[in-house]
Design a protein around this ligand. Structure first.
Ligand code: 16G
Ligand code: MG
Length: 547
């Protein structure tokens, strides 16, 4: 062990020396910053991935190089745990510590982790590496691979893949659940698309549902991979691909752009009432939109997707009579109307957790069937082992009444369309298409299920965003003193008013969210709350003004 670790230190010093005194944090989305500052970080994350694999008895670990929806010059990296889920929180601290160790203390920083986790050095390690389409990704992948190999680990290099595909491969390799198949791109598409086609039957059209979508690929990996997937889809769904890599990554397109700007992406032709899909740069986020005959833009975000899927699952669960418990998980950003629709109309229990996929995912796993989505379009459905067993065995019980058997078979097949490891834009799109098809709905029918409350988000720049501490799934602010009282007072003046503030996990700012009965009220409430944040939390520059 001593030899390896001292060699790791030597190679690091020679090839990937730490640059600058700047500290970097493993946050909600791993490490993310300008690509040119990341070489040494990738080398070190490669080292950490080997330790993580050893600590998990040699299970495969994923290492994904991407900066998701960030501009092209940025990049980042995150690790994937053996079940295909996000890296355990305790290890996020190790990642931060290792990335910020000086070159000379790299060996001791590694040994500290070995000791803290009682890692058996003899255990073999396997790391699956994936990258998005950024020009900086191959060089960073090289740094990670050097780290893994110098540390004595084995590498499975998947090249360019979507983030959720890598999560899926890791789960497949580790044989997690019977629901997974071959850990290859072909295996992935075969599994989800075969199930999708089965649910569709030989009738791709139904009522007002038309089997055709326009797909905004954010000029990232999503469009590139879906192009391969289309070979499996045949006529079951026509997908017109736009922003498929010929333009600049995430520039005026993609899920993040259209959610934040509330407008259609560039690069997708305008066609009245056509169902359009927008994914982000690494294809783990999805939103839908359409432009009506009066040129008005309509967004159907993660909340809409969650309600659509939960409503359908609730119906299938009832019909299958398996007594399974369904739950839906949201964050404070979920539109208030979506929450009341879910709990009052659909009668599905709703939980609220802090922002970040890992929080939603863990909560969802507490239910037999858990649906989770962030409003920004990150989300999926999870099935407990118990639910999986119940559904799979009932689906083979030919003695069940026809209706009940059909609902159970549908649930079983739907499970195969779903990438349960993490939100997956391609798989999520196929689930949404399945539900719309089953219901015979147009995109307007889907939108008509409830009306969103008008809302507004603002950013406030402060000296140190850590002065804001929150509780109750970020809905209540505990510090600085007095801020929450002021927010409560402001909110009271607006019918259906709701507002919260939280420090961003990815940018050096505080985020403000407000919703109310009218857009003008939501705008005013957001601005007033932003002003008190600026005042009480050490705002920098002039106080916020209307845009
Ligand atoms: C990250 C999270 C996303 C969250 C966002 C919030 C993952 C994979 N991604 O992108 O879930 O919505 O951060 O950003 O967990 P913020 O903290 O800057 O608001
Ligand atoms: Mg993403």
């Amino acid at each position: 062990m001593a030899d390896v670790v001292s060699n790791v230190k030597k190679v690091g010093l020679e090839k990937y020396p730490r640059q600058g005194p700047r500290n970097i944090q493993y946050g909600t989305a791993g490490f993310r910053t300008r690509a040119e500052d990341l070489d040494y970080v990738l080398y070190r994350v490669g080292l950490l991935a080997v330790l993580r694999s050893k600590s998990k008895g040699g299970a495969a670990i994923g290492l994904m190089i991407t900066a998701s929806h960030n501009p092209e010059p940025d990049n980042g990296v995150k690790l994937i745990d053996p079940f295909g889920e996000m890296l355990q929180q305790r290890w996020e601290k190790f990642a931060t510590r290792l990335a910020n160790a000086s070159d000379t203390e790299l060996d001791s920083a590694l040994l500290e982790i070995v000791e803290a986790e009682s890692i058996s050095w003899e255990t073999q390690a396997l790391v699956c590496v994936g990258q998005d389409t950024r020009p900086s990704s191959p060089g960073l992948a090289q740094a990670a691979v050097t780290g893994i190999r110098t540390m004595g680990g084995k590498v499975n290099d998947y090249g360019i893949v979507t983030t959720p595909m890598l999560h899926y491969f890791v789960a497949c390799i580790n044989n997690i659940g019977s629901a997974y198949s071959e850990p290859t791109e072909d295996g992935y598409f075969k599994k989800i698309i075969t199930a999708f086609k089965k649910l569709r039957g030989d009738k791709p059209e139904n009522g007002k549902y038309v089997p055709s979508v326009m797909f905004d690929g954010a000029n990232g990996v999503g469009a590139m991979k879906l192009e391969a997937g289309l070979l499996h889809l045949h006529d079951s769904l026509q997908v017109q691909l736009y922003n498929n890599g010929t333009g600049q990554l995430n520039y005026k397109c993609g899920a993040d752009y259209i959610k934040v700007q509330q407008c259609a992406p560039v690069g997708v032709p305008q066609k009245s009432n056509a169902r359009c899909v927008s994914v982000d740069g690494d294809a783990d986020r999805i939103v839908y939109y359409y432009i009506d005959t009066h040129d008005k833009f309509h967004l159907l975000d993660g909340d809409r997707i969650a309600t659509l899927i939960a409503g359908y699952l609730m119906e299938l669960i009832k019909k299958s009579d398996l007594g399974l418990q369904l739950g839906l998980v949201q964050t404070a950003y979920a539109n208030g109307s979506s929450t009341s629709y879910i709990s009052k109309t659909l009668k599905v229990p709703v939980a609220c957790v802090p922002t970040g996929v890992k929080h939603l995912h863990h909560k969802a796993m507490e239910y037999d069937i858990g649906v989770y989505f962030e409003a920004n379009g990150h989300g999926t459905v999870t099935f407990s082992d118990f639910a999986t067993r119940c559904i799979c065995s009932a689906a083979e019980d030919l003695s069940l009444p026809a209706d009940q058997l059909h609902a159970t078979e549908t649930l079983a097949t739907l499970m195969d369309v779903i990438n349960q490891t993490v939100g997956d834009a391609i798989s999520d799109m196929l689930i949404v298409e399945t539900v719309l098809h089953a219901r015979g709905w147009s995109i307007e029918d889907w939108e008509a299920t409830y009306t969103d409350l008008p809302n507004r988000q603002l950013k406030v720049v402060v000296k140190d965003r850590r002065v804001i501490e929150t509780t109750d799934a970020e809905r209540v602010c505990v510090t600085p003193a007095g801020l929450q009282d002021q927010i409560n007072m402001l909110v009271k003046n607006f019918p259906n008013g709701r507002s919260f503030v939280r420090p961003s996990g990815t940018e050096d700012i505080v985020r403000v969210y407000a919703e109310a009965d009218t857009q003008a009220s939501a705008d005013r409430l957001a601005l007033q709350v932003a002003s008190v944040v600026h005042q009480l939390a050490g705002g920098i520059g002039s106080p916020p003004v209307p845009e």
